[in-house]
Design a protein around this ligand. Structure first.
Ligand code: SF4
Length: 349
């Protein structure tokens, strides 16, 4: 269910410029007003019509009475004691909860935002999976996470990753609409390469992203090198096995300026052997890509992080066998506040 109207009010937040123009036409207003409203909502992050200073008092009143300009309320902010990372818990207008994370590193301010309330992809190592899927987020709710963080944290947002709650490609249209607002000059004005959409491997939607020709970055959670193993930790592998993912990733990266990020969460005794490292190198050889190796962040004790020795050995072998890809290691941020990769789940309210 996507909320387009709420208590007989039009949800203006999340609309594209074209949609705001249509709303303006329905109110007998010029397209020029649409652009002003768009800039107030997204470039300036204004959530009260009174603050849209260059609109007439009558129009401010009309917007105030008939439109929703804010879709989320901040419920709680957790700050990490060990690094400049904050986790923000939001309440939606229909009383559900989602989370987003802000991470600072020098001048780089990366935000990790949610695309669904819960998730039904059922990755066995992921805390969000335990919530099941409640509903898709609407575009305004995705954008409001970024707007709220921009108010809380002074450092400008430099990067956005769709790696919070949910599988972004199962909410493709709303996620892409939000990405366009983040990219738009009149919105957040972020370069397309600073916006990363992450998928557990919904192959038809990777193909759609290629067909649609958008320049956003793609991350794929690979997490295993053999179908049997991947199926156990990511059941969607039954529908889209490793071979099909690699084929689509290769097609994505074959276009000029489009490399792929493969995420590989290292789980003790599951996918962390020397053979895994060699197979991983062979699988992605020749694809313009990066591999992001993420030592697992423990949540419920079912899976564990490998020992430092095993992690180092895995990286050494991967490095020795690499052909045409780069390797990064992400020691996730915000572990002490359950804000690290795979830890977002609303259980503490
Ligand atoms: S890892 Fe992502 S796709 Fe998998 S269950 Fe968690 S939120 Fe859903």
């Amino acid at each position: 269910m996507i909320i387009k109207n709420y208590k007989n009010k039009t949800v203006l937040k999340g609309m594209s410029l074209k949609e705001i123009e249509q709303w303006c036409q329905s109110q007998e207003l010029s397209n020029f007003r649409a652009k002003q409203i768009y800039q107030w909502m997204y470039r300036h992050g204004v959530s009260e019509a009174d603050n849209m200073k260059n609109l007439s008092k009558d129009l401010q009143k009309k917007i105030d009475e008939s439109c929703v300009l804010e879709t989320l309320k901040i419920e709680k902010i957790d700050e990490s004691n060990t690094e400049p990372t904050q986790k923000i818990l939001f309440k939606t207008i229909d009383n559900h909860f989602i989370e987003a994370v802000s991470m600072l590193e020098g001048n780089r301010h990366t935000i990790c935002i949610s695309s669904q309330i819960g998730c039904n992809v059922d990755c066995d190592f992921c805390a969000t999976a335990s919530m099941g899927l409640i509903r898709n987020l609407m575009t305004g709710e995705i954008i409001d996470q970024a707007i709220a963080i921009r108010r809380i944290v002074k450092t400008p947002i430099t990067n956005v990753v769709f790696m919070g709650m949910g599988e972004p490609f199962l909410n493709y249209n709303q996620v892409l609409s939000a990405a366009h607002i983040l990219h738009s000059h009149d919105g957040f004005d972020l370069g397309a390469k600073r916006i990363t959409i992450s998928t557990a491997g919904i192959v038809p939607k990777i193909e759609k992203l290629i067909e649609d020709g958008y320049k956003y970055k793609l991350a794929i959670s690979l997490n295993a090198t053999e179908d049997d193993t991947r199926q156990k930790i990511m059941p969607l592998n039954r529908n889209w096995p490793i071979k099909s993912i690699i084929k689509s990733a290769s097609r994505f990266a074959a276009r000029k300026g489009h490399n792929v990020m493969f995420e590989y969460v290292l789980l003790k005794g599951i996918n962390d052997t020397a053979e895994d490292a060699v197979r991983l190198a062979n699988l992605i050889q020749g694809i313009d890509s990066k591999v992001n190796v993420i030592p697992y962040n423990e949540t419920d004790g079912k899976y564990q992080r490998p020992s430092t020795e095993t992690i180092e050995q895995f990286l050494k072998i991967l490095n020795k066998n690499k052909k045409g890809f780069r390797i990064l290691v992400r020691w996730s941020k915000g572990e002490d506040i359950n804000a690290a990769c795979g830890q977002l789940a609303v259980t503490n309210i």
